[in-house]
Write a new protein. Structure first.
Length: 212
């Protein structure tokens, strides 16, 4: 019995290690696609691209890319379906907003606009690591059914200059994005995400290091 119990523990450890490797590989795979899109549309450090999927009336982030490491971070995994540019994109199929002033240039105006148009309170906005003021979003379709959203953001009022190239690249890439989202929707580790047990930490722990 002791030998069987030890074998069971060893197998569970092996399974957890494989899950950690798979999660890391999956995130890197998605990020590589988003980086390709970013490079092709000419994004810079003011921008980021994120992909989300819908599950039980909430959004979950599946992948994100920005050349700015601060904007690339994922502090929140689950998002309300009735707030923000995500919600507006989901409802209409496509969405853009170039009217909001930047936080750096007009803080009070920015806060008021975000509350009125997107339903975010001041405390949440101030805690956000990226205070975006321009957005372009598209609902990702799978055989005519929306299953996710790709959202382009910028902290400057400059996304209007990228509008045509973003639309062109999205239409070209939608099939791949739908495959990514369709697969990602079944990753329970995203829905039941634990920030202290994320793929990078799991991988580093296995290598004897830690994420700092």
């Amino acid at each position: 019995k002791e030998n069987l119990d030890q074998e069971k523990r060893d197998l569970l450890e092996d399974i957890d290690a494989l899950k950690g490797s798979f999660r890391l590989l999956n995130e890197n795979y998605i990020e590589s696609h988003l980086k390709f899109i970013s490079d092709n549309i000419g994004s810079d450090k003011n921008h980021r691209i994120s992909v989300y999927f819908e599950n039980d009336d909430s959004f979950y982030i599946l992948g994100r890319f920005s050349s700015n490491p601060t904007y690339k971070r994922k502090h929140t995994i689950k998002f309300a379906i009735n707030k923000g540019a995500l919600s507006k994109t989901w409802e209409s199929g496509s969405f853009c907003d170039f009217k909001c002033k930047s936080f750096k240039k007009a803080e009070k105006t920015y806060l008021k606009y975000q509350k009125q148009h997107y339903g975010f309170d001041e405390d949440k906005i101030r805690k956000s690591n990226m205070k975006s003021c321009s957005f372009i979003g598209y609902a990702i379709q799978d055989n005519g059914t929306p299953i996710g959203v790709i959202l382009f953001e910028s902290v400057e009022q400059d996304l209007s200059y990228f509008n045509n190239s973003i639309k062109e690249k999205f239409l070209e890439y939608e099939f791949i994005l739908s495959k990514i989202v369709r697969s990602g929707k079944h990753y329970s580790h995203i829905i039941h995400y634990d920030n202290n047990n994320n793929p990078e930490n799991e991988f580093l722990q296995k290598m004897g290091g830690k994420n700092v």
